[in-house]
Design a protein around this ligand. Structure first.
Ligand code: FMN
Length: 177
């Protein structure tokens, strides 16, 4: 069994960038990284870093399947979100996704940052403008969209690296899984 496994879901590459940075930060040769789409379930590890893109305030089904299948592991989660680049929003997503991790596991925390969204989303927002009573809501969503185009940036990657390092240091030696 490996010591560390990074498993991620990424449709457009944002979460993959974070996953690769976390993989780089793991100071052990006993590690692997896999896109959940290519994962056969044969790989196993003591510690999982599980990444996903925000999907309707949570994560996708394949990530739910993985999280809810794990027993007696150390688990950290990470992800990218297109909207609402705030700690409060990140906390909500963490709460929604953490609910799928059983108590038999040792939870190591979460890391989130913003990620860019496809141009189609901006077009959708623009189309809603006429139907929306408050045009400032659309302006706000478009400004979030534009902010997202800069992410993940170097700082996001650096923070992911620091998060992975701290998560690993937080695994108690005598963790009784
Ligand atoms: C169907 C769908 C649902 C989404 N739902 C959310 C959401 O609830 N909250 C959010 O912040 N971003 C949401 N997004 C945006 C993505 O989570 C975001 O762009 C993410 O960085 C994509 O990561 P990836 O490049 O790894 O696929 C959604 C995107 C799609 C396609």
């Amino acid at each position: 069994m490996l010591k560390y496994l990074v498993v991620y879901a990424s449709e457009s590459g944002n979460t993959k960038m974070i996953a690769e940075e976390i993989f780089k930060a793991i100071p052990s040769p006993s590690k692997d990284i896999v896109n959940i789409r290519q994962w056969t379930g044969k790989l196993d590890a003591e510690t999982y870093f599980i990444g996903f893109w925000a999907n309707h305030g949570s994560c996708s089904l394949e990530i739910i399947d993985l999280l809810s299948s794990l027993i007696n592991k150390n688990i950290a989660i990470f992800g990218t979100c297109g909207m609402n680049n705030t700690e409060e929003y990140f906390k909500n997503i963490e709460t929604n996704v953490r609910a799928w991790i059983s108590d038999s596991n040792y939870y190591l925390g979460s890391y989130f940052c913003q990620g860019k969204m496809p141009a189609l989303i901006r077009e959708k927002y623009e189309k809603c403008r006429d139907k929306c009573d408050d045009p400032y809501i659309i302006d706000h969503m478009i400004s979030m969209y534009e902010e997202g185009l800069q992410h993940p940036n170097k700082q996001d990657l650096l923070r992911a690296n620091v998060f992975a390092d701290a998560a690993i240091k937080n695994i108690p030696d005598d963790v009784n899984l």
